[in-house]
Design a protein. Structure first.
Length: 422
């Protein structure tokens, strides 16, 4: 006989959002942290950091979004997302989407804490134990880069992004410091009140990078996964030529070969090369990349749960990508706080079409003190924590040590002064 369990009373939420606060600052970074409080004492955390424009999503949250949240049921994250997105009229853009993204993350955090489950359980559970990550190796020249890669190989990383100084280029290329040695924060310059200017030369870059890659493969062999980021700097024809030359080095991916906003630019590249393409760290919505995905012009989608509007839209995007053989490779530059990295960690644990995760945030004692968590990294794999919710906390006392410090990305120009893509 089949035992029939008595139907228990349905769980109906009567929880209300009572307060939400935004903190800006962190150790060497301007993390934008949102904390949403409820009348039942459960709180949720979100990350709205938009690198080098941090005060703007913070103001969007404080001036427009938080007042609309008070008194709302935090369980209705879908309706709240639609309310902010459709209700804004002037939609999308990284500032608004980073602000919505932080709210969405915090609401998922609250719901998973209510359920007493790690967030990945609400998505459908785990598809893998550890998610492969890649680190950034950078060298002012090739010997410096080889040292930097060796350092990550020694730590057990299975995948490394490689960026190298270009001989004869008047200033450093993207992702590289002009001085030798490991550099932690080359992305933001806190030293001036206007951006630094760098000189870029596509020809020198295209001539030298295959040579650098050849030396890397000679030194490390083909087992190590190598990635490279062009940072949108080549024209479509140049990108096609470059991709063809780089093919022999079997990159895990070639990132942002062309300016991201041109969804057709990659057609030419695809006709000339089978190199795997990753793109999307500057996209804010599915409408920035639906054609790229549906036409299978890319292999990895690189959105971030921050400026792509949170877990709700990114999870949908992951499913769309999965239908077209596109895997995930979420953005994880050092400007992301451990909160959004945790949100991505839970998506990575679940996503059937997971590819790789860029990961640079864990590891400094100051950062761990500000954002305590039990997520772990071993041998280049990220293991998501089994704590209820996102599995990361925020220490408000620690936060008092930090405040906003103005910083800039550099601006790139060609040798004749023409402005180029950073
Ligand atoms: C980069 C970023 O991580 C990456 O792949 O392209 O480092 C990018 O330059 C920064 O996120 C800009 O803030
Ligand atoms: Mg990039």
């Amino acid at each position: 006989m089949i035992a029939v369990r008595k139907q228990e009373e349905a769980v109906e939420s009567t929880m209300k959002i009572t307060k939400a606060e935004v903190f800006v600052g962190g150790p060497g970074k301007n993390y934008v942290t949102l904390k949403i409080m409820t009348d039942e004492g459960i709180y949720g955390l979100g990350d709205a950091t938009l690198n080098n424009r941090e005060t703007l999503p913070a103001a969007y949250l404080v001036d427009y979004l938080i007042p609309c949240l008070i008194g709302k049921d935090p369980c209705n994250s879908e309706d709240l997302w639609q309310y902010f997105y459709r209700g804004a009229y002037f939609r999308r853009g990284p500032i608004a989407m980073a602000a919505f993204g932080a709210i969405d993350m915090a609401l998922w955090d609250i719901k998973a804490k209510m359920a007493g489950m790690p967030l990945y359980q609400l998505f459908g559970g785990k598809s893998r134990d550890g998610a492969m990550v890649y680190a950034h190796a950078t060298g002012a020249d090739i010997d410096d880069l080889i040292d930097s890669v060796a350092n990550y190989v020694d730590k057990g990383y299975k995948a490394v992004r490689v960026q190298c100084g270009i001989p004869g280029m008047p200033s450093s290329s993207y992702g590289v410091s002009e001085t030798r040695g490991t550099v932690d924060n080359y992305i933001t310059d806190f030293s001036g009140s206007v951006p630094n200017e760098e000189i870029w030369d596509s020809e020198k870059y295209m001539r030298y990078m295959p040579e650098a890659m050849d030396k890397l493969r000679d030194t490390f062999g083909f087992e190590l996964k190598l990635l490279h980021d062009v940072h949108h700097r080549l024209l479509p024809r140049e990108a096609a030529q470059f991709a063809r030359e780089m093919e022999q080095y079997r990159l895990f991916w070639l990132e942002d070969p062309t300016p991201a906003e041109n969804q057709d630019a990659l057609r030419l590249l695809r006709q000339h090369s089978t190199i795997p393409i990753a793109i999307g760290e500057v996209f804010n919505s599915v409408w920035d990349c639906n054609k790229l995905i549906e036409d299978e012009l890319i292999d990895f989608i690189r959105v971030a749960v921050t400026y792509a509007g949170g877990i709700t839209p990114v999870k949908r995007l992951v499913d769309l990508a999965g239908m077209h053989n596109v895997r995930t490779g979420f953005h994880g530059a050092p400007s992301h706080s451990p909160i959004s990295m945790a949100a991505q960690g839970h998506l990575n644990a679940w996503a059937p079409n997971f590819g790789i995760q860029e990961y640079l945030v864990l590891g400094t004692p100051e950062c761990d003190a500000l954002f305590p968590s039990s997520h772990t990294m071993t041998d280049g794999l990220f293991h998501v924590s089994d704590e209820p919710g996102l599995g990361v906390d925020f220490d408000e006392n620690e936060a008092k040590r930090y405040s906003y410090v103005q910083g800039f990305h550099p601006v790139a120009r060609l040798e004749d002064g023409t402005l180029w893509n950073y």
